[in-house]
Design a protein around this ligand. Structure first.
Ligand code: NDP
Length: 432
């Protein structure tokens, strides 16, 4: 990636949409020949939409924006997000700014290994079956790889096997895991093809009955970890000393580790950032959501996915690990205009780099939410942005949206009834 002119992005949020697009071009994140796609609102052609799903009757749009100030492993990024919720992009950008001023995000990506499962039942002699499977590991892997030779030619493929036995009441399952490298792809279809292809051989080797063969979305061998460090003096807010804010953030982290009711909301905040980038990048956000929440419960209790704690020198340290089996190719990534734009704005990252960006967005979002909660409360910033949504819901159009939202922010009650009343007054005054 070439160096970026970040000063072009100053006061980005105050610019008009066309000026923001120009600023992205001038800063070096957006190539000129990609501008038109943004100017056309990332239009999804009808023929593509119709071929993507069944019974297609329209396209469902979401706002698409960029979170700014992300310094990840020494590299500057604007992070595209597709999201309907106000405040997500503002919160991510403000956390990334603070974290970026103190070294930014550091990430570690594990080897990207995906898991395929074959589930066998009615195995009368499990121990003999397991011995047979182990003795024939090479043949099983060969058969899997023959089912999708192109991934092997690229340097990936199935490379090891693990056997698990689960007894539940009168049911007994023998579960065969293949560890598969799908390289730049998430690999769902590659894995499913391989797993279905080996079922007859597994039945033969176990004298059992194959129930199914499919990938596991619990991608425990494809983990992304991000850390950051913030000095206490940078945490001071709302007349609170930096140490006080740090200690409250650490306490908030601790309660989210031990209380599932708090942990779910804590993790929802993380997924605000994660999902918005996963969706913008054309990846399968249901897969990421399902895997993340299972990982949050990996020791038997649902817990916070992130951790905030105090360093020896008093700095605040943040850490987040997520299973992130995302792809840089595959699915709709190569033809969906929004997904293509995201990969372009991010400098065409490989799948591992994309993981680094997504997990950083999750930690940034988490920091903003917790810091707001333990200082001014979340509603101040949130409702201020929510005012625009309320104004639109009340029926405001064009310049009425800003005027109604501004008046709503100053009013005692910020709700839909109030928004409607403000809009009615505004229209009456304009008629006079
Ligand atoms: P694809 O089926 O599109 O497979 C990826 C393709 O990318 C491969 O077939 C491969 O082509 C090509 N490719 C090109 N370059 C590379 C490279 N460097 N590394 C790897 N592949 C490369 O996508 P996935 O298999 O990733 O599946 C993702 C889709 O599956 C998502 O849309 C998801 O929603 C969906 N899905 C999800 C499920 C789940 O999560 N449970 C279940 C079923 C589907 P070639 O064929 O030449 O090897």
């Amino acid at each position: 990636m070439t160096s970026k002119n970040l000063t072009e992005l100053t006061k980005f949020y105050k610019k008009k949409r066309s000026e923001r697009i120009d600023a992205l071009e001038n800063s070096g994140f957006l190539d000129t020949d990609w501008k038109e796609s943004l100017e056309n609102n990332l239009h999804l052609p009808e023929a593509i939409a119709d071929s993507m799903i069944e019974n297609q009757i329209g396209t469902y749009q979401l706002p698409y924006g960029v979170a700014l100030n992300f310094l990840i492993d020494g590299q500057d990024y604007v992070v595209p997000m597709a999201v309907e919720e106000p405040s997500v992009i503002a919160a991510a950008s403000s956390a990334a700014k603070l974290i970026g001023e103190h070294g930014g995000f550091q990430t570690v990506i594990s080897e990207r290994i995906m898991i395929g499962q074959a589930i066998l039942t009615k195995v009368s002699s499990p121990q003999t079956a397991m011995d047979n499977l182990k003795a024939n590991e090479h043949e099983i892997l060969l058969k899997a790889n023959q089912a999708h030779p192109s991934i092997v030619e690229r340097g990936g493929g199935a490379h090891s096997l693990q056997i698990r036995e689960i007894k539940e009441g009168s049911s007994h399952f023998l579960i065969v895991h293949l560890h598969i490298q799908t390289l730049e792809a998430m690999g769902a279809n590659i894995i499913n093809t391989m797993m279905e292809a080996i079922l007859p051989l597994l039945e033969e080797l176990t004298e059992g009955s194959a129930l199914m063969g499919i990938l596991s979305n619990y991608a425990t061998e494809c983990l992304a970890t991000v850390t950051c460090r913030i000095p206490t003096h940078a945490l001071a807010k709302n007349n609170l000393e930096g140490e006080e804010v740090r200690d409250s953030i650490v306490l908030a982290s601790q309660v989210a580790l031990v209380d599932p009711y708090r942990a779910v909301t804590h993790n929802k905040g993380i997924m605000n950032g994660v999902d918005a980038v996963v969706l913008a990048s054309g990846n399968d956000w249901r897969a990421i959501e399902a895997g993340a929440h299972a990982y949050a419960a990996r020791d038997g209790q649902y817990r916070a996915l992130s951790k905030w704690y105090t360093a020896e020198n008093g700095d605040l340290l943040g850490e987040l690990t997520l299973p992130l089996p995302v792809g840089a190719v595959g699915g709709s990534i190569s033809f969906h205009p929004g997904a293509q734009m995201t990969h372009h704005l991010l400098g065409n990252p490989d799948a591992g780099r994309l993981e680094s960006i997504i997990v950083s967005a999750g930690l940034a979002q988490n920091f903003s939410a917790i810091r707001a909660l333990v200082t001014e409360g979340i509603q101040k910033g949130h409702m201020s942005l929510q005012a625009r949504s309320l104004a639109i819901s009340a029926g405001a159009q064009g310049d009425e949206i800003k005027v109604t939202a501004d008046l709503l922010r100053k009013s005692q009650h910020m709700n839909l009834v109030q928004a409607k009343s403000i809009l009615e007054d505004l229209r009456n005054k304009r008629l006079r």
